[in-house]
Design a protein around this ligand. Structure first.
Ligand code: GLC
Length: 753
């Protein structure tokens, strides 16, 4: 390509012989499914012989997924899971854990069933298996892709040591609405960053190849646009324009598919009137035909049956037909496939080839996982002993808990805690709670194995410092009876560390909140403690952005610690006492009030943008009673040092824009800074956001050091979806921004041809 012509023109100028050469020299990737993950000729033969041997009931069995732990009751009566497996009528089991129990269940399938087809064993390994890492939203705030990949690699190594071969992760749903509790599971409000993190997670889970015992097959979810639930209410309606879907919501799923994810999970929600689980456009036209996905699609928990609630089918036969015809391969927990598909085939309402396509995809995944080579490959008790909760994993958990902390306020550099402090009061309902350190989807994590904030501070300060703990109030309650003892504890101390936020059950699935402030009387408690005049810092434990406007106005320091996992207390203590200089940056903004929601940095300018220089101008896009900008913006995070930006330049050469900016550590401590690059397309066929993240580099600078950072942008970085859903860039004027947040930094303009 010679310049920034629209890709439409470029597409017509690509000589055919180059295309053929490309095909011959580049590893043959079937859209993200590298050939090495494919099946050998012998395996393909075995698969076909199985297809030939299976009864229709056994085929449908491969398309049914049940949870371990209770006997299944469904529309066709009461199922005995073990008997189902014995009859070859289950393709996978989830929520079974541990080598012994998984080996015992797998034995039924591979030794007692007729065709001895091994089972998939899945679990929600969302941010760790037994060693729990920070919630995914917290990990995203590290802006450290290698670390995120390392975390998933460690999680996969641990979970596979317990017999598992499949995780229902990564969750990559774009989330712009903090009322939705599942923002905790994702990467926040930015599509581009969400794509990079999705890739890192899939690579971490699937490692060097799914035939290796220390890997898990990824399952990218929840496809699609589950995070756009109306009003932030879980499971609610999703209604988006095609351009919004393609521009903002679909790319992270595609990124995960292109990274080689072996499976996809359909979401509970409808999209523009059609439930995802029965949406042929979504599951077949986009996922398979446009993206070339070759893995299989599993429903979410009973989402097949729930299409009756959606009102698109009257009975289980109707939903089963809708789902299988749309391209939904495996039915999680509905029993609709088990109960209705055979009859539908006999009535010629569903064809055998449709069933066969789904079964092949499930069997291919099992071959790719090496399950036909050795169904017990991940059932090695010696690995279970060495991998689970190893000291290396605890060290990684501690590092990630520290790195995911975001310093939101530090007035007067009250942090790090001065080394002269000898009496510390830890006050607040989350100061000594192991369970709340893990947040939602905590897998096999155990509260008693978690390091609380109190534990972490006591371990770090040692015997020379008195560290007391007072709850002061509960997380959600309205009782003030603990206030006085909390005030007394503060008065008796030289320094106060408050531990406030949400309990672990207040985010994650089915945990939407209409009000986003600190629950209960926690803010009132904080004000009482601040009134003592003692130095007070607040450490926040929460699974979503909160409305902290009142709290931030009264406390001098705010450290967002999210739910940091098994080693949360140690990681946070490393930050509080300056062992680690905080470098986290928000990947989801914190609104000033619920009334602003949804508020996100990459919004459109509107025809009447508000000019911050003229805040009183009336006829512009604004509120009478609230600012437009959030309290803490996307990309924001302070450090114990300071960074400055200078010498920003940009130049266009052919189809590349080279951007340079100097960043200097102007403070008294070494530190890391996530240097962010944003782009604005000034004039285009359709309206474009005021800015969009298109690059970042996390740089470590010693105090006094500076570095010239270089970014390169290509036409792909500037391309966007047009109303005809073609994606290409348009030449013209662009503004480029570089800085330590979406809300501040330097800018330069460039013009492309
Ligand atoms: C749940 C969740 C999904 C999870 C699945 C299996 O309802 O929506 O994220 O993977 O069921 O536990």
């Amino acid at each position: 390509m010679t310049s920034f012509q629209s890709e439409k023109m470029q597409k017509t100028t690509f000589p055919l012989f180059i295309l053929l050469l490309y095909r011959l020299t580049v590893p043959v990737y079937a859209h993200g499914q590298p050939e090495s993950g494919g099946l050998s000729a012998a395996e393909k033969n075995k698969l076909e012989s199985l297809m030939h041997a299976m009864t229709l009931g056994e085929k449908i069995g491969q398309l049914s997924l049940f949870t371990q732990g209770f006997e299944m009751t469904g529309p066709a009566g009461t199922f005995n899971l073990r008997q189902l497996i014995r009859e070859g009528k289950a393709g996978g089991v989830f929520n079974a854990v541990g080598v012994d129990s998984i080996r015992a269940i797998q034995r039924i399938a591979v030794e007692e069933s007729r065709l001895k087809i091994p089972l998939l064993f899945g679990l929600d390994v969302i941010h760790g298996y037994r060693t729990i890492y920070p919630i995914p939203l917290a990990q995203a705030c590290t802006w450290d892709l290698p670390l995120i990949e390392q975390i998933e690699r460690a999680a996969a190594s641990e979970a596979s040591a317990a017999g598992l071969n499949w995780t229902f992760a990564p969750m990559v749903d774009l989330a712009r609405d903090p009322r939705w509790g599942r923002v905790a599971e994702g990467s926040g409000e930015d599509t581009w960053l969400g794509c990079r993190i999705a890739e890192a997670r899939v690579k971490g889970f699937q490692g060097s190849g799914l035939r290796l015992a220390n890997t898990l097959m990824a399952c990218v979810k929840h496809y699609a646009a589950y995070g756009a639930a109306q009003a932030g209410r879980d499971y609610h309606t999703v209604d988006l324009s095609p351009v919004s879907l393609y521009e903002w919501y679909l790319p992270p799923y595609r990124a995960a598919v292109d990274a080689g994810a072996g499976s996809v999970m359909s979401s509970f929600n409808e999209i523009n009137g059609v439930p995802a689980t029965g949406n042929r456009w979504l599951l077949t036209d986009v996922l398979r035909k446009e993206w070339g996905f070759e893995g299989f699609v599993v429903s979410d928990w009973t989402s097949v049956n729930e299409m009756m609630n959606h009102g698109v089918a009257a009975d289980t036969a109707g939903v089963a037909r809708l789902a299988i015809s749309a391209g939904l391969d495996m039915d999680m927990m509905s029993g609709a496939y088990m109960g209705s598909l055979e009859r539908l085939v006999l009535d010629h309402a569903v064809s055998v080839p449709v069933i066969d396509s789904a079964v092949r995809r499930v069997l291919e995944a099992k071959f790719r996982l090496g399950l036909f080579d050795d169904p017990y490959r991940r059932c090695d008790p010696s690995r279970e002993k060495t991998e689970i909760l190893s000291k290396e994993k605890r060290a990684l958990a501690r590092q990630s808990a520290a790195e995911s902390c975001v310093l939101l306020k530090n007035e007067g550099n009250i942090l790090p805690v001065p080394s002269t402090v000898r009496r510390i009061a830890v006050i607040g309902p989350l100061g000594n709670s192991g369970a709340d350190m893990m947040g939602c989807w905590s897998g096999q994590g155990r509260a008693e194995e978690c390091v609380t904030l109190l534990d972490g501070i006591r371990t770090r300060t040692g015997n020379g410092t008195e560290v007391t703990f007072t709850r002061g109030c509960s997380v959600k309650g309205t009782g003030r009876s603990g206030f006085d003892s909390a005030v007394a504890a503060a008065m008796a101390a030289d320094f106060v560390v408050m531990a406030l936020g949400e309990s672990e059950d207040m985010s994650g699935e089915a945990a939407s909140r209409a009000s986003l402030g600190l629950p209960g009387l926690q803010e009132e408690l904080a004000e009482r403690i601040v009134q003592t005049g003692k130095p007070v810092v607040v450490v926040l434990f929460n699974g979503r952005p909160l409305v902290l406007t009142r709290l931030a106005s009264v406390v001098p320091a705010l450290l967002e610690a999210w739910q940091g996992g098994t080693e949360a207390g140690n990681g946070i203590a490393d930050v509080l006492f300056g062992e680690v200089n905080p470098s986290g940056k928000l990947t989801m903004c914190f609104p000033r009030s619920e009334g602003q929601v949804p508020v996100f940095y990459n919004a459109k300018p509107t025809g009447r943008p508000m000019d911050p220089a003229h805040p009183d101008e009336k006829y512009v896009s604004r509120y009478l009673d609230e600012a437009n900008d959030p309290l803490f913006p996307f990309g924001f995070g302070l450090s114990y040092t300071t960074f400055s930006y200078s010498e920003m330049t940009a130049s266009v050469t052919g189809n590349r824009i080279t951007v340079q900016v100097r960043v200097a550590n102007t403070g008294a401590r070494d530190g890391e800074e996530a240097v962010q690059l944003y782009v604005r397309d000034r004039i285009a066929t359709i309206t474009r956001p005021v800015k969009e993240l298109r690059g970042f580099q996390k740089v470590f600078l010693k105090k006094g050091e500076s570095e010239r950072i270089t970014f390169t942008l290509t036409s792909d970085d500037l391309a966007f979806y047009h109303p005809d859903l073609r994606k290409y860039c348009e030449p013209g004027e662009f503004v480029l921004f570089a800085g330590g947040s979406s809300a501040e930094g330097l800018s330069v303009e460039v013009k492309t041809e």
